[in-house]
Write a protein that binds this ligand. Sequence first.
Ligand SMILES: [Zn+2]
Ligand SMILES: [Zn+2]
Ligand SMILES: [Zn+2]
Length: 280
Amino acid sequence: MAPYTYDGNCHCGLFRFELRLHQPLETVYACQCDLCSKKGYLWLFPAEDEFEIRRGGGEVARYRAQASHEEHFFCPTCGTGIFVKGHKTPAGGIGMGVNARALLDTNPFEFKVESLGEASHASVTISEPTLEVGSEGWKVYTGGCHCGAVGVTVRTKPLPEIEVKEDNCSICQRNANVCIYPDRSQVTFQGEENLVEYQFGRKFTGHRSCGVCGVQVGMKLHGPPQSVVERLPAAKQEMIRQTLAITPLRVGILNGVEWSDLKIQRSDEGTKGYVVDKDR
Ligand SMILES: [Zn+2]
Ligand SMILES: [Zn+2]
Ligand SMILES: [Zn+2]
């Protein structure tokens, strides 16, 4: 048995794997291609004998971009991106990558992240955000998943001027959630019916990803059940109503974003309390 063992899984636990690395995991790779950057993967490239699927291998969903030989595998239930076959490697070869975001007991904020490659997959033309007509300097950002099944348009103050947050709780670390928080009225979806929604725990939040390509799009806030809300004081009910109008969106799905201009607030809250569902 190799000395450096890591367990990994999609958030819902349908898919599980084990890594037995010959060296401790320190460096991961952020691929700059359209698909990988939309997913926010942090790749590591284990040797074949270092990666073993423990369960769910037959249930995992597969996405292959047009004109690409890469096969991306993700959980059809929770959408966690897990591994890729046929991806370019840092050594210049082609190999299998595993998403370090799916590992247990690791903190993605502590990895050494290196950039890999350049935008490569020919997909939709990248459109720059445009100035919204008649607004106080607001912009219109467009974006969407990778396969084109889900599109999004958001009208907002320019991203460098608004709140952008990232944390590393069990779901956000897997989904690469770096999010903005527009009001529902600012956001328009195309192909919203193609989103798969995943809820867990108290089910106050739905995490939505494209059912075809697995790209995480954002969240739908549900809050406590209506029966609970009805018993609260009016002021509290109003507060909840306003909170639920927020539509968190992942910055990674938006086109023409200059990441270096964003003021990302990181919260190192970690995954304490996260237990993989034993029943799955
Ligand atoms: Zn899952
Ligand atoms: Zn890539
Ligand atoms: Zn898609």
